[in-house]
Write a protein that binds this ligand. Structure first.
Ligand code: ADP
Ligand code: MG
Length: 262
């Protein structure tokens, strides 16, 4: 088993606020790991720092795409990080609402197609071939995710749970080695959550991906993850198997604290 993501002493400050403090985290190939913690703990900031949206204040992010050598990705642009093989979904759904479901996936595949602006204007045969292949591959992916019947619907007309699944399809369209999911079950009903759980497991098994999951739904976290990292106020306060973490007094305190606060 090889390490796909290796984050060392990652820190991020916003002015006086230390949103991430010396965070070490690893995810191995074929592993589902979870990053949990109360609201404001720094989980989304962690995703933003490893995907190039924010530049870390300190620390290193090493990424080893499947079949490639290790790269240091901090400081790289988000599209370069995606191209290397890191894909993510967002806590707040980010779809092209007025494009169709199929078009949303096709656009996401852009980083795996070669046609440039001139090609798009002149449309030589190889570009037409690539376009056809893009449509086929995107449709295949929609079928896998279970959204092919809606391929021609506008993304904004999909039910909420399906919009979340479409976000995952878009992430998968970039052919990643590491999939980062930011609260994929948020706002889903129990049936949608159950089928999401199946999907995440199936993606891991079928594509042999590494998956890092931020999620508040504890039944989902506990049943999917081999390893859990717990964050509070930007610091990792615990890590281990679901069993180890759920028995850790510091974790219990962090969560009870949040509940009594709420
Ligand atoms: N762009 C930003 N500018 C200033 N503060 C930010 C920014 N992004 C996040 N923060 C702050 O960093 C902390 C962690 O936020 P976030 O990573 O969104 O937490 P989580 O995803 O765990 O709920 C919060 O206090 C938040 O207000
Ligand atoms: Mg968040």
């Amino acid at each position: 088993m090889s390490t796909v993501l290796n984050v060392k002493a990652l820190s991020k400050s916003f002015g006086g606020l230390r949103a991430l403090n010396d965070v070490d985290l690893q995810v191995n190939s074929g592993e589902i790991a979870a990053l949990i913690g109360p609201n404001g703990a720094g989980k989304t900031t962690f995703f933003n720092c490893i995907t190039g949206i924010y530049e870390p204040t300190d620390g290193d992010v090493f990424f080893t795409p499947l079949g490639a050598t290790e790269c240091r990705v901090n400081g790289m642009k988000p599209n370069s990080v995606t191209e290397l093989g890191m894909a993510r979904t967002f806590q707040n759904i980010r779809l092209f609402k007025n494009m169709t479901v199929l078009e949303n996936v096709m656009v996401a595949r852009h980083c795996r197609t070669k046609a440039g602006i001139l090609d798009a204007l002149l449309r030589p045969p190889h570009v037409k071939r690539e376009e056809k292949e893009n449509i086929e591959k995107s449709y295949e992916l929609l079928k896998y995710i279970g959204l092919n019947k809606h391929y021609n619907d506008l993304a904004c007309n999909l039910p909420y749970g399906d919009q979340r699944r479409l976000e995952i399809a878009r992430a998968m369209a970039t052919e990643p080695s590491l999939l980062l999911l930011d609260e994929p079950a948020a706002g889903m009903n129990p049936q949608e959550t159950a089928s999401l759980k199946e999907l995440v497991l199936d993606i891991r098994d079928k594509f042999n991906l590494a998956i890092l999951l931020i999620e508040h739904d504890m039944s989902m976290v506990m049943s999917l993850s081999e390893r859990i990292y717990v964050m509070e106020y930007g610091c990792l306060i615990s890590q281990g198997t679901p069993e180890e973490v759920s028995k850790d007094p510091q974790v219990i305190k962090a969560y009870l604290g949040e509940e009594s606060h709420a």
